[in-house]
Ligand binder design. Structure first.
Ligand SMILES: Nc1ncnc2c1ncn2[C@@H]1O[C@H](COP(=O)(O)OP(=O)(O)O)[C@@H](O)[C@H]1O
Ligand SMILES: [Mg+2]
Length: 310
């Protein structure tokens, strides 16, 4: 069941605007909705005219919103990794963990992991209280990186698991040949092995995020009537399909903004298309958001859900 919605697209196309409008309209139809900003440069609160933080805040009776505190999730991820290393390698005092982790904070991949664990937390702890969770996403580069993280890390973890299995098998062989061997003191069974258990646990977590993105999410890409936003949408579509994630809909936002020659690429022919006119006076209030013309999209989305449930 696709009860999670992502709005993707180039910066400025209207991800924050349409995710807010979609969440508002869905909530006004009677669903319990949580709208979440994953963009480190948050402006969901501006769109909804409410100061937001990392925990859900009531926007309207059926709608809550939050802005993920990425710095908190980076620190939490590093802190947890540090504690784990300390617990497993307590004998290794030569390694200065604190300075190692202060470098890791800025290393590639850290931000993506932080986004992933934030999504996992929302999914486990908050999503059960809502019918739908709507995600307003960061710029494309970061979005594609965190969406691909479960699959990429999954490969790594699978290889590490194989390696660990081999180590345990070798230990068993040694102990069989020489029961007096000091190896007999260490763990030889998968079931008792802490490292194997940890790998299994991380694999389960990554698989469940992969399933969330590929099977439980309604992915909408937004374009404007310009070539650049369409090229970026094609890139998103291609990258996602490599990950086994299919787009569910295309939104053409700011229709009428430009008179320049423009066509939606044939790549999107098979997908339902929803258009929103450019509002020359801008979008300032929540009422402006619900009048953007999101209703057909909501009808389609809810209709799909009914068919899926039957
Ligand atoms: N249909 C529209 N008509 C007029 N202005 C729009 C429309 N959609 C978005 N905007 C404006 O465009 C700007 C960028 O939109 P935003 O939703 O913040 O984009 P993104 O989140 O993709 O970066 C904002 O000022 C927003 O109010
Ligand atoms: Mg935005």
């Amino acid at each position: 069941m696709r009860d999670t919605v992502f709005f993707l697209g180039k910066g400025g196309v209207g991800k924050t605007t349409l995710s807010s409008a979609f969440a508002l309209a869905l909530a006004r139809r009677g669903s319990r909705v949580l709208v979440v900003s994953l963009d480190p440069a948050h402006n969901l609160g501006d769109a909804l005219q409410l100061k937001l933080n990392g925990e859900p805040k009531k926007v309207e009776p059926m709608l809550d919103a939050l802005e993920v505190d990425l710095a908190y999730w980076v620190d939490r991820y590093l802190e947890e990794s540090k504690e784990e290393l300390k617990a497993n390698y307590s004998y290794n005092t030569a390694l200065n963990l604190d300075s190692f982790f202060s470098i890791l904070k800025y290393s590639p991949g850290t931000e993506e992991y932080a986004v992933l664990w934030a999504i996992e937390d929302i999914r486990r702890r908050l999503a059960p209280k809502y019918d739908f969770v709507v995600f307003d996403t960061p710029p494309t580069a970061l979005t594609l990186r965190f969406l691909s993280m479960p699959a990429i890390s999954g490969l790594w973890v699978a290889e590490l698991t194989k390696l660990r299995e081999r180590i345990l098998r070798d230990r068993q062989t040694i102990v069989r040949l020489n029961p007096q061997s000091p190896v007999a003191e260490s763990c030889v069974d998968k079931e008792d092995d802490k490292v194997y258990g940890k790998l299994k646990n991380i694999r389960t977590r990554l698989t469940s995020l992969e399933t969330l993105f590929a099977k439980q999410s309604f992915m909408s890409v937004i374009v404007n009537p310009d070539e650049l936003s369409v090229s970026e949408a094609i890139r998103i579509k291609d990258e996602l399909s490599r990950l086994g994630i299919m787009l569910s809909a295309v939104c053409l936002n700011k229709k009428g903004l430009s008179q320049a020659d423009w066509t939606l690429a044939s790549e999107f022919n098979q997908l339902p298309l929803f258009a929103y006119d450019f509002s020359p006076n801008g979008i300032h209030t929540r009422e402006d958001l619900v009048h953007i013309g999101i209703e057909p999209f909501i009808d389609y989305f809810l209709g799909k859900r009914k068919v899926k449930n039957e």
